[in-house]
Design a protein around this ligand. Sequence first.
Ligand SMILES: O=[N+]([O-])c1ccc(O[C@@H]2O[C@@H](CO)[C@H](O)[C@H]2O)cc1
Length: 781
Amino acid sequence: MTGLLGLATLLLVGKAAALSPDCVNGPLRNNTVCNTSATPLDRATALIDLFTIAEKINNTGSTSPGVPRLGLPPYQWWSEALHGVASSPGVNFSSSGNYSYATSFPQPILLGAAFDDALITAVATVVSTEARAFNNANRTGLDFWTPNINPWRDPRWGRGQETPGEDPYHLSSYVHALIDGLQGGYDPKYKRVVATCKHFAGYDMETWNGNFRYQWDAQISSQDLVEYYLPPFQSCARDSNVGAFMCSYNAFNGVPTCADEYLLQTVLREHWGWTNEQQWVVSDCDAVQNIFMPHDYASTREQAAADALNAGTDINCGTYYQNHLPAAFAQGLFNESTVTRSLVRQYSSLIRLGYFDPPEEQPYRALTWSDVDTAASQQLAYQAAVESIVLLKNDGTLPLSVKSNTSIALIGDWANATKQMQGNYFGVAPYLHSPLYAAQQLNVTVNYAQGIGGQGDPTTNNWLPVWDAADKSDIIIFAGGIDNSVESEGMDRVSINWSGAQLDMIGQLAQYGKPMVVLQMGGGQIDSSPIVSNPNISALLWGGYPGQDGGVAIMDILTGKKASAGRLPATQYPSEYIRQVPMTNMSLRPGPNNPGRTYKWYNGTAVFEFGSGMHYTNFSASINSTYNSKNFSISSLTSNCNESYMDRCTFQNFAVDVHNTGSVASDYVALGFLTGSFGPQPYPKKSLVNYQRLFNVKPGSSETATLNLTLGSLSRIDEMGNRVLYPGEYALMVDTTPLAMVNFTLSGQPAMLDKWPQPPPARTQNGTYYVSGFDGEQLLN
Ligand SMILES: O=[N+]([O-])c1ccc(O[C@@H]2O[C@@H](CO)[C@H](O)[C@H]2O)cc1
């Protein structure tokens, strides 16, 4: 178990550090660290050279005391900002007045549904701006342990809500846009903040059937690893130059990830070129302790701490390093140069954030409370929710026509949701506008009844006001679904059904025969087939966790002030899915006890497919016919590619003409899926290869989406994890039910785009040998 008490204590300390070291009058003023024209590496090295070994070890934890004799202040590394500056050890909201709140955007799972990378950059830019303003008031750190970018493999996962969904291409693109906004570009002189891609790697389960995140060993084949679990992390490290990584609680093929030199050194630093020594790896909180217990990977606490440090875990979240590295050093389990390397990485990173530099030289030091919760950021939080909400069923009742004499029943636990709208990892929002609040702003009569609380209980005491509200109203809106009482950190779901009580109430409300809308809220998808098949239910929307203005966004879509255009970022499986596959089975492809995972491989019928989402209008699309039936030679594609990473080379930019054939202006997300027969069998059903959101396409008019396909998006992963371009038959389709399609072929010999570094042949855990590259619990003694 983690040291919950120790971590709880950490939550209470480390709040009041000095803003930055005093490079004018302090003891460091003549040290190179204060010389702004020296390189970050030289500056950090000069600083760490002054530390004794005890001072070095003292500063390896998330709560770093600094070095008082050098005038180096304490620093709290643990700040969170998943969808807005969030309550965490390093973030200190004032109890009132200035700095008492920050913009609260929708949860990533809903933001993912917008399929709008520019929106994600804009959201992240607001988050980093507000974070900087808070930092200038000494109320946060400069690094944030976000994003959570583990692909959402299994619908039960309680933390899938923190991710943008299930598709690795989508996640890679999303996280690139996000890091751009958080850090301020690929390599700016001063980073806005440092982002932390977590949890590296294979972490996507809290607790299932006796397995829990602190001891679980994720068995992942090289093919699945490279194809599914790692692309977002590659995007973070190689393509976005993220400042930090977090290793995870679980083990990967027998080795706890924070002690895994293969992941942290061979893959992350060597293969992905994440080598500039201004970047660091932090452990998940107390994950280093878990290497000793319950992983039982290291035989002593000192060995666990040394294993992690030697493997490349630079900071330990918690106090385990500070407690156990002194003895580990005395036992000769690591060299002083290794801890020096970690501290140089940490302080170079702070140097890149301007920590030691005069305020007047840095753009972000001027940000203040007046840059928080601005009119523009309020509008963006609203816009983000509007863009993301997904319409799943509509018999034509939506948009609702409401007049002053219209009466609306608003029923269910989500109707008056406030904090619930933020999901988890949230801060204090400036306001939380529930659907009820939004309905009350309309010039209509609103009859509200909470009905059942949460998932409901078998008693029907609270139901009478529900029937009363329904009786009195022209339109019935039921706002329910799930929330953090059933999906959360530490808690995976045990059912992907609607709760019986909610479904019962929905069914009875439908019998009124009035126009009826169901809002399916929460991060995880629930099997809504009873709602889809009920002819008395007019419409179904998925609203996720929509953030501070979620209620207004929902109501504006329901009443047609805004047109819906979000797309599901995860498959909605039928309820039996979770009985067909153990949560611990990491394989993507169908196999024994596994119907396949994600839209690419699931061999059953989804209730709603990944990418589903309706509009208030209709669209047609066509792809420029010059590409049709074309043959491309693999050798000329690769010989014309001059990128250092060949998967990044452009293949073709496909122009897609999108025409609004209906009568309502609407956004449209052009999703480009590749299908065909090429590469190793089995073939995926299809794969997302690019997307573009078009805005406000007017009735009768057309806009052009450009789907940019790279060589990487045409490639497949072989069983060794190599990325290869294969000859074969390809088709590019636009949308889930294709509106347009183009076929082409690739000919010639397969070409290697990326040769994957093989893991050590046998991974040992207490004398038991695990072999990677297989599916399932295969042990060789
Ligand atoms: O004991 N605690 O106080 C505690 C708090 C949070 C916690 O979760 C971990 O901390 C987060 C750090 O960013 C990771 O995303 C999550 O896996 C684990 C333990």
